[in-house]
Design a protein around this ligand. Structure first.
Ligand SMILES: Nc1ncnc2c1ncn2[C@@H]1O[C@H](COP(=O)(O)OP(=O)(O)OP(=O)(O)O)[C@@H](O)[C@H]1O
Ligand SMILES: [Mg+2]
Length: 581
């Protein structure tokens, strides 16, 4: 067995170190609990021996009380060990969870494209929980029980070296025998679980296809198949029970052998006058105490094998580096930025081009209307400006600085994206608008909401700004969602906004509210509007039409609109909504 202790420790040590005090207490209590378990039978021996020797009642009572006292103390210490063990483990692994979650949030979008949320949850929660279990199991079950085993054997050696030796041989033999049997049930348990999964899969398939099955007269076939799978489950279940029975009996047999050994050697040494009856009792008690360590050392070890894979996955995940390195420019001018693309090409997977050789310059304060069919790369262009991805070749410049030379925080402060679907969090309206930035005063929030004509909406909420919103925003209309997204932008006050307009149609009243809000949003800002509606397009100073990631047309909106040979002119004639919707 190859336990990756070093890798495990590398992952957890920095989170255990802050709990040094509690960790030491845990180790101390663990040792105390083991000590008490070994000492208590000795007290009982004294009790038996003094009773047989006819000692005074008061002395006997004292010994009995000591026995009870130690037993209670030992229980209390045991409980504390379990409590502290879980506590230290969960505190450390929660810190690890936080560390990994933060790590995941800082990884680039390429990583997130390749790894599903489910996989990340499994890594950050599933594998880490495994780490916590391992910690408490390992420390308490395996180390604790190994020490208990050694302690018992040492105590027996102290009584009589021959007994100590005999019991050591017995323990070693029992571990070997139990190890031989411990795995025999696993293949059947696995097969049983697989058969169960098959059954559920089969039932689901049959229920969804029930119409087809009936109409094609396949009912008999279905039922026969059902019987076959159930028979499979039964067979594996029976075998795995039988094998488990063998394991339990191997354990039982070992313990019986041990007891025989204790009784036999006790009898022999007692009749030889070497030991007292109390010591015979001690032997028998110690043998029973051995059962737990023996079981732990053979059975719990299995669960430790799974941890190897976990540790490996987590270590690898922690090593993943964002391909996106931060620049060091820490400040940009306060005025609206100019934006330029210089021969930018991009692809999500490295082979299929999504943007090809794009070059354009947008002056500070200008509005670019971005048009193109679905899949032409408009949203992708926006992502490059926000630096969710880096171009494969070429440069994106903001205020004449390559995005790669800026600190990400500086860039993200300067640029805001309003996407087609607004992501709301399960949090109050205030936190949803400010992104948990408590430094923004309520007056500013209310002022913004008034500007965006959202005060009426706010007044319908039971607790105003403190009302909790649903994640996913089911309680909001599409228009309100968009307006809330605008409010977020106003509160952050970026110099460049990218508006990825929803292509779905809104009712005229909402549309007008949105129009007025967009007017305010664009005031004194550079902007890219991914437009689906004529009303929005008319705001643009310049127009770019994308076609399969290439720039099909770029120019001043008025000039293009006046030029009958232009693509934009034709678009306006056929109707933007029809072509681009
Ligand atoms: N995360 C992604 N991973 C891989 N490919 C992507 C990803 N996002 C978009 N694509 C692909 O890149 C191309 C451009 O997509 P993009 O979303 O930029 O188009 P769009 O012009 O915004 O379309 P729409 O008008 O439908 O929003 C499409 O072929 C799309 O399938
Ligand atoms: Mg899009």
């Amino acid at each position: 067995m190859n336990l990756p202790f070093k890798a495990y420790w590398d992952l957890l040590s920095q989170h255990i170190r802050p709990q040094k005090g509690r960790f030491s207490l845990l180790v101390t209590l663990l040792l105390t609990s083991i000590g008490l378990r070994i000492i208590n039978p000795q007290v009982m021996r004294r009790f038996i021996d003094s009773a047989l020797a006819g000692d005074a009642l008061s002395a006997l009572t004292m010994t009995a009380l000591a026995f009870i006292g130690i037993a209670i103390l030992q229980q209390v210490v045991s409980v504390s060990v379990t409590y502290l063990g879980e506590n230290v483990a969960w505190t450390a692994t929660n810190a690890l969870r936080a560390e990994l979650a933060e790590h995941a949030l800082h990884l680039d979008m390429r990583f997130h494209n390749d790894h599903t949320p489910g996989e990340l949850i499994e890594r950050i929660d599933g594998d880490v929980t495994e780490m916590a279990t391992f910690f408490s199991q390992f420390l308490i079950v395996l180390i604790g029980n190994s020490l208990l085993l050694v302690g018992i054997l040492a105590a027996l050696f102290r009584e009589d070296w021959r007994v100590g030796l005999g019991f050591s041989v017995f323990a070693l033999g029992a571990i070997l025998v139990l190890n031989r049997f411990k795995d025999i049930a696993i293949p059947h348990q696995k097969a049983r679980r697989q058969a169960e999964a098959d059954l559920f899969g089969f039932i689901e398939e049959q229920l969804t296809g029930t119409e087809d099955i009936r109409s094609s007269g396949a009912v008999d076939f279905s039922i026969r198949e059902l019987f076959r799978i159930q028979k499979d489950i039964f067979t594996h279940d029976r075998r795995s029970h039988f094998k488990r029975w063998i394991i339990e009996n191997a354990m039982g047999l070992s313990m019986t052998t041990g007891t025989l050994l204790a009784v036999g050697s006790g009898y022999w040494l007692f009749t030889a006058g070497v030991i007292t009856i109390g010591t015979v009792y001690l032997f028998i008690h110690y043998i029973n105490l051995l059962e737990e360590p023996l079981w732990a050392m053979t059975h719990e070890i299995q669960s430790f094998q799974a941890i190897g894979a976990c540790v490996e996955r987590l270590t690898e995940f922690r090593k993943v580096q964002s391909s996106m390195q931060e620049g060091n420019i820490a400040a940009l001018p306060a005025n609206p930025p100019g934006l330029s693309f210089e021969q930018v090409s991009f692809s999500y997977n490295g082979s299929d081009p999504v943007l090809s050789d794009l070059s354009f310059q947008l002056k500070p304060g200008a509005v670019l209307g971005l048009l193109g069919r679905t899949g032409s790369g408009k949203t992708t262009l926006a992502r490059l400006v926000f630096r969710l991805h880096d171009p494969l070749s070429g440069k994106v410049l903001l205020h004449n600085a390559d995005l790669r030379s800026l600190q990400l925080a500086v860039l993200r402060n300067k640029v805001a994206i309003v996407t087609q679907d607004v992501q709301l969090f399960r949090a109050s309206v205030r936190d949803n608008l400010t992104f948990f930035d408590r430094s923004i005063p309520d007056e500013r929030i209310l002022h913004t909401l008034r500007e965006l004509e959202l005060l009426d909406w706010l007044n319908t909420l039971p607790n105003g700004l403190d009302t909790e919103l649903d994640s996913g925003g089911r309680s909001l209309s599409a228009g309100e969602g968009q307006l809330l997204a605008f409010a977020r932008v106003f509160l952050r006050d970026p110099g460049l906004v990218i508006l990825d307009e929803a292509s779905s149609r809104l009712d005229p009243a909402t549309e007008q509210r949105l129009e007025r809000a967009i007017d305010k949003l664009l005031r004194n800002r550079t902007a890219i509007i991914i437009a689906h509606r004529l009303g929005t397009v008319h705001r643009a100073d310049e127009i770019m039409i994308l076609e399969s990631g290439r720039m099909q047309e770029y120019g001043d909106r008025r000039q293009l609109a006046a030029d009958p040979t232009s693509r934009f002119y034709q678009l306006l004639q056929t109707g933007l909504e029809e072509v681009l919707a």
